[in-house]
Design a protein around this ligand. Structure first.
Ligand SMILES: Cc1ncc(COP(=O)(O)O)c(C=O)c1O
Length: 405
């Protein structure tokens, strides 16, 4: 894809990448039992169905590979991103753990939560989270579905459209000065003062329950994709956008468990201004990125990696890439216009980063060689959001999402 070769991108390999089996270190974080729990809880929610895995043969041909698959999360529970699998799942898990003490019941099930059996007790709980948009929407949606209160912290850069979408699920939205990482700290300190439950998607301590639940919930997206892939198309590469890394860790872990030593190469893709994974993996330890993390890819504008994700990606990631905002914007237009005869896809800024990274790599001979991308490659990317902010989508692409659907 020569069209994408004009964008500056950095590619580095992870010096600590492992080609071994999924081992006890990784099992401690994400495992088959955890996925089974996620399935049992999430399958029970109204409207659950796997999102489509779309083959893009025209784009695959143009990029000089054998197959390209796009998992389209724009269709997840009407929230238009993969995030309900994490935040809302973690709200359910918290209530299932905490409510038995309040209700004097031995066990509280997901059906109890959905039927409002302990509605009075649940309404006494407040969940909180920091968000750049999608995670907060998911926690707010979960809080409403399970009958507790939600208070969501957003940072200065979060668009009005995204703020409104969170509030539409009945949560209180508080705008905090500074970055996403500042909002994370504010949610934490307020929760301690008010005795609320933090449903964070990131943590400095890998044993913290909520980010573990969030990450485990995300694994369902990858599990669906593996089930949907034609048997003969064993994947050779997955390109995964990373913010704090939860989505990438869950996906890497799921493919690693399914394919073992033959797992696909995992390439993390980040905005050039917020490349905390590139810096951390290069130096073999988590590194905090300072400065202006600003990016069009708001969901990826994070300066600190999640320690839960670090347990998986410190050895599970094979390579890391940074991309410019304009590459993501171009990729959104490419999916909207589908010039290679593939299906038209509506995808948001953060959702296309993995695909944009792949297209840049596919059009660059050095990167192709470094990643062993060739005419036999079978690549899977995850379109983790649709038009989560329709006005921004139209500003970037020139199209209204409803005209393309
Ligand atoms: C659409 C989208 N994709 C990817 C991500 C990155 O997920 P994570 O922070 O778990 O790396 C986010 C995070 O907000 C997001 O909103």
């Amino acid at each position: 894809m020569r069209q994408f070769s004009r964008y500056l991108a950095e590619l580095a390999t992870n010096p600590n990448a492992s080609r071994g089996d999924y081992g006890p270190v990784q099992e401690r974080v994400l495992n088959a039992d955890g996925l089974n729990t996620a399935r049992a809880v999430i399958y029970a929610w109204p409207g659950y169905k796997p999102t489509p895995l779309i083959a893009l043969p025209g784009l695959a041909r143009a990029a000089g590979i054998m197959r390209l698959y796009y998992k389209d999360e724009a269709h997840r529970f009407g929230l238009k991103s993969f995030k309900p699998l994490g935040g809302a799942f973690a709200v359910a898990r918290m209530l299932m753990r905490e409510l038995p003490a309040n209700t004097k019941q031995g066990k509280v099930t997901i059906d109890d939560l959905l039927n409002g059996r302990f509605g009075k007790e649940a309404s006494g709980f407040t969940v909180t989270a920091a968000t750049d948009g999608n995670h907060g929407r998911s926690v707010a949606w979960g809080a409403r579905m399970f009958g507790c209160r939600g208070v969501i912290f957003i940072n200065e850069a979060v668009s009005k459209g995204r703020e409104k979408a969170i509030a539409s699920y009945g949560a209180e939205v508080r705008r905090n000065p500074g970055s996403y990482d500042d909002a994370v700290r504010k949610a934490q300190s307020t929760a301690v003062e008010e005795n609320w439950f933090v449903i964070s998607d990131t943590s400095e301590d890998a044993s913290t329950q909520a980010p573990r639940d969030v990450t485990q919930g995300y694994a369902l997206m990858a599990a669906e994709a593996i089930e949907q892939l034609p048997r003969e198309d064993t994947p050779t590469h997955i390109f995964l956008q990373a913010g704090v890394g939860g989505m990438a860790a869950a996906t890497c872990a799921q493919f690693w468990q399914a394919f073992g030593k033959d797992r696909p190469k995992t390439i993390l893709v980040e905005p050039v201004n917020a490349a905390c994974w590139l810096a951390s993996l290069k130096s073999g330890r988590p590194i905090v990125i300072d400065g202006d993390l600003d990016s069009l890819m708001g969901g990826l504008a994070c300066g600190e990696v999640s320690s839960v994700a670090w347990e998986i990606l410190s050895t599970g990631a094979d390579a890391m890439m940074t991309i410019e905002d304009e590459a993501a914007a171009d990729c959104m237009r490419l999916l909207a216009e589908a010039p290679h005869g593939d299906a038209v896809i509506v995808a948001g800024e953060s959702g296309v980063a993995g695909l944009a990274g792949f297209l840049i790599a596919a059009g660059d001979d050095n990167m192709r060689e470094k990643l062993q991308l060739d005419k036999n490659s079978r690549v899977v990317v995850f379109g983790t959001e649709g038009a989560t902010d329709p006005d921004t989508y139209t500003d970037i692409t020139g199209y209204r999402p409803e005209d393309l659907a």
